[in-house]
Design a protein around this ligand. Sequence first.
Ligand SMILES: *Cc1c(COP(=O)(O)O)cnc(C)c1O
Length: 401
Amino acid sequence: MSQVPNVYDAEPIPDAALVSVRQLLQSGDLFRYTSDNSPVALLEAEFARALGAKYALAVSSCSAALFLSLKALGLPRDAKVLIPAFTFGAVPSSIVHADCVPVLCECSDNYRIDLDDFAKKLPEVDAVIISHMRGHTSDMDAIMALSDAADTPVIEDAAHSLGTTWGGKNIGTIGKIGCFSFQSYKLLNAGEGGIMITDDADLIARAVIMSGAYEHNWKKHPVLQAAFAKWQNKLPLYNQRLNVLSAAVIRPQLDELPRRIKQGRRNHDHVAAQLNQSPWLQVPAKLPPEERAPDSIQFNLIDMSADETARFVAAAKAAGVSVQVFGQSADNARAFWNWQFLTDVPDLPQTRAMLMRACDVRLPARLTLAECDVIAEIILNAVTQVMDSAGEKAAQVASNA
Ligand SMILES: *Cc1c(COP(=O)(O)O)cnc(C)c1O
């Protein structure tokens, strides 16, 4: 068989980044507020424009962006924040960090929020964070209609959803605030970093100050000065600013986005079509208004026992493809029962059942279709190896009886 592609290496950072990093190192000017147009300020302007938002604030991580969003909303201590139970551990953590309490909502086996459970729990919460987990977009029309009617603000955790659209709108621009990550496994890679966007001048002013724009550094942000002036000296400074070097690494990657989105979607759909040929595998369909920008693929195992699941994972691994079943490891940060830092983790049987059979495989945008074929073939062979022999065994038992 052809060589198994490496799915771990990142894409090289465009050369333009090196030029600007060298200039910054020569000048020694690494703090975002020393110059009037530091790479961080330029990144904010470019990102806001690209997404179609009025304001952007770049910070040290998406976790910091989520934390500052909750703080900017002015949520009091112990305020409740509704989140999908299928999300990354950083999300409930940012809520704990903001002295609030996460309330977990059931997800369906298409990885999206269960709207019945959402509607049921919405009246008890003060804010909502929608995690578009692995870029799978929940029904934002229904979520916004319910949340607007309840007058509950929605933050979009679009950490891993840059480039995804819903009804033609960019994910992250639908709720009141959208948060994105520049950590290495996301579409734009700076090692670490994050950004939040909003059209609300007062919210961004509060977030800017709390991110560490102490004294009058907020004057270097293009927001109505009146929005800032009233918060002067009134908010804590959490110092979660983005490093100038990170911004210099991200900016030239913005031009790469359309290609990464297009190739990622092509690769995903190419592999999904093959996996869906197997009776044991199911790639959930996207929702109709959604256009995705995936860099990995998720699929469910159908009617496979825990033992068969383990043997399938082992067979794929032996052939060179790492399949992660979200719920099948003791430390997976996307399995809610591993968030033992929460005082009260409820049982969410529907989400738990989904996580026990939902598989995750990396599928970077840079792979060729031939490389994607190798991955699809290994997964299909692994499942056939385990399940067809199980099928034969069952047939044999039946004919002997
Ligand atoms: C990566 C990720 C985060 C956290 O982003 P950081 O920048 O590492 O803090 C939050 N939510 C989701 C869905 C993610 O994928």
